[in-house]
Write a protein of this length. Structure first.
Length: 163
């Protein structure tokens, strides 16, 4: 199987497998949106002669955090493109459940010979001096485990870029 098709299959299979292994986890909305985005990305990025390997979950969860701070036309367009259908609270709660389920999968799958390692590192980096709503920062921390860190990209772009 070609690598570019493999990622989409793995994402779809992961949603099915996680649903069986972690009862009560309500991540269907996030898994469905992530799978739909994966298909969209594959259609736009894949070529006949090369493999494509990407992490739709990483892309989707980062954009879901960004979506939390969007308003107006930008918010509506993000909602459409990212396939978010459940409203704010359901969308963010579903991503939190998917995050927990993936971490649990990493703990409980594989044996001593073939352990599975899943490392999820969400963080928000913002320009020092910009005013971000406390509700946005709290939402990112609560649902995505993303600390909010202010850096000075204007004065020290190279140093801040390397963090």
């Amino acid at each position: 199987m070609r690598m570019r098709a493999l990622w989409i299959c793995l994402v779809s299979f992961a949603g099915f497998f996680l649903g069986m292994s972690i009862p009560g986890a309500d991540f269907d909305s996030a898994a469905s949106a992530t799978n739909q985005l994966a298909v969209d990305l594959h259609r736009r990025l894949a070529t006949a002669d090369t493999n494509l390997c990407l992490s739709p979950y990483s892309i989707q969860s980062a954009l879901a955090m960004t979506f939390a701070g969007a308003e107006g036309a930008t918010r509506k367009e993000m909602e459409r493109v990212l396939h978010f259908t459940g409203g704010d609270q359901k969308t963010h709660a579903s991503f939190a459940a998917l995050h927990r389920a993936l971490q649990e999968l990493g703990k409980n799958t594989g044996g001593a010979r073939e352990p599975i390692t899943i490392a999820i590192a969400n963080r928000l980096f913002a320009q020092t001096g910009y005013d971000f709503r406390a509700s946005f920062r709290e939402l990112a921390q609560k649902f995505y485990g993303a600390p909010f860190e202010q850096l000075d990209f204007e004065k020290n772009p190279e140093r801040e870029r390397s963090i």
